[in-house]
Design a protein around this ligand. Sequence first.
Ligand SMILES: Nc1nc2c(c(=O)[nH]1)N[C@H]1C(S)=C(S)[C@@H](COP(=O)(O)OP(=O)(O)OC[C@H]3O[C@@H](n4cnc5c(N)ncnc54)[C@H](O)[C@@H]3O)O[C@H]1N2
Ligand code: MOO
Ligand SMILES: [Mg+2]
Length: 639
Amino acid sequence: MDKPFTVGIVTVSDSSFSNNELDKSGPLIGEMISSSPGYKVVKKTIVPDEPAEITKVVKHWSDDLALEVVLLTGGTGFAERDQTPETVQPLLTRVTPGITQLLMNVSLTKTPMAALSRMTSGFRNRTLIVTLPGSPKACRENLEALLPILSHALDLVRNQRTRVQVTHAALASSHLPPGVTVHQCVHQHHHIPKHLGKTNDLNAPVTKRARQSPYPMISVDEAKQIIYKCTRSITSETMEVAQDLVGRVLDEDVFAKEPVPGYRASMVDGYAVIASDGPGIYPVTQVSVASGQDQTPTLQSGQIARVTTGGLVPEGADAVVMVEDTTLATVTEDGKEEATVQIHAENVCAGSNIRPIGSDCQKGDLVCTKGTIISTLGSELGLLASVGVTHVDVVGKPKVGVFSSGNELRELHAAQPLRIGEIRDSNRMTLMAAITQAGFEAVDFGILSDDVNHIRAAFQLALTKVDVIISTGGVSMGEADWIKPMLEQSLQATIHFGRVMMKPAKPTTFATIPRAHSDPCLAFALPGNPVSATVAFYLFVLPALRRMSGVIQYENTTLPVTIKHDIQLDSRPEYHRVQVQVQADGKLVATSTGSQQSSRMLSMSLANGLLVLPPSRPDKHVVLKGEQVQCMMVGSFQI
Ligand SMILES: Nc1nc2c(c(=O)[nH]1)N[C@H]1C(S)=C(S)[C@@H](COP(=O)(O)OP(=O)(O)OC[C@H]3O[C@@H](n4cnc5c(N)ncnc54)[C@H](O)[C@@H]3O)O[C@H]1N2
Ligand code: MOO
Ligand SMILES: [Mg+2]
């Protein structure tokens, strides 16, 4: 059985707020919902007829708690304090006039007085919000009308099936299509695209294209959060403990397979003794150089054994005396061996200079926890090797497909010289290198022409081969910018955002493309301008790839740097390319790489950091030489 739909109930009423006993509608709705299978009331509250209070609870329940339904009762009438509909309406990202009309129609069949109720309904992202009248009777009638369609409506949202996919059969039964699991669907889309207008129709002529972008401009932080919500780690795989494990993230707790040391080992070069024998001259009856042995020899009282550091301490011996605390007494006839040695050390304690079995690590001890990154320092690899762990489960790594798009693009290595209007495809070169350098597999899907069929076919192929697709070009307002409409109209993708308030890379687009037999594919449709594509890669794609491979420990590290000259601020928050250097006094100083045109790859090639500059304000147009600014490091320092 699917998990129940989560419901929150808000009673909006000044009087019920001051005396909770007066609230009859809230409990009634709670009872009706709770007694309907498939729902769970997870939140209930009473607020006064105050827009700020209503807004706070609706936003919190939908944005933070992600409830699937919020039902409000009260405040829908004509009294001056009745402000529920006008408070809720601006919070909605999509209205559902059909639901509002259904409720009104049902109410009107009961009484014409229903016309005096101002119900409203709609979605705030994935939360359905319905304002019901305040009277218990009207609430009951409305809910009776709503409940028969509610679960289907919520099912569509939860599973993100599109209108095309919703057949009458699907309406009659709430079962999912074959091959599609609830799990897949739930993770498929997290955000309903909030188009401000109509996206371009793939079949429409240029005369019909939108002249304003229908995609709202969101902040970089919002964009990152959206991406992270859609980002899931790749299924784990078992790998041999070896160098190529570096950078991988353990997907299991790992326990020692063997104790370390596995035998009583000497900590020093010297003589294994029986501590109670005390100082004196003793025959050297055994030699134990650190090496494999078939059995443990035994030492009798009155004997000593010569041992090396890490060598096996014979049975019976309980301490090792350092060679420095002994002298040679006699040698064998051939003069090649020690016959007897004098032990000078006094008051030797039992156990001294011996590492007992398992004293470094017991068999079964936890040595590495799930989530550990096998670091380049190699210490985790050494640890695993030391305790006999030969294989571990690690989080898989996403495969990344890369396209460039644009009729003007030519392969660098193409035989013919460029014709007028043509340029070299540099984006694939940059991105493939950056992906590989970051430790991910990059699959080259070549250059796409600005032809919708070509673009669609290439994406369809990539969907079968990779976990993440990065395309560049074709995402802005031009007549050949087909990527967004193609994603939505041909691949039923959800475009989670299509513009970000930043410079460069404003038209950065992020979508998830559903697939029948696996998780949705993440698609980053980056702008064509080479610098825009590169910055967007470091800012959005790389952290997502890392998360998919289980790395959540670090991303987009920023450091405070001192700028070496004035920099003009842009109206958009800007990622200004700089070269960061470490001064002799340890201070980090940043020099701009010059003109920041998003076409100018030179501004990127010299950079190892991106200054995170705020947008200009009337009182601040420039950051001055000597000011400290946060800088996102994308490369290493020249020290
Ligand atoms: N009317 C508007 N025009 C533009 C806007 C806008 O908001 N309104 N946004 C501008 C911004 S900002 C950017 S960034 C670009 C993004 O354009 P697209 O993503 O649609 O990319 P294209 O139009 O295909 O190409 C833009 C530019 O980049 C060159 N390019 C493309 N691919 C490559 C490649 N693989 N290697 C090297 N260079 C490439 C292409 O030739 C163009 O010069 O849109 C602005 N326009
Ligand atoms: O955002 Mo665009 O990337 O300025 O050039
Ligand atoms: Mg364009």
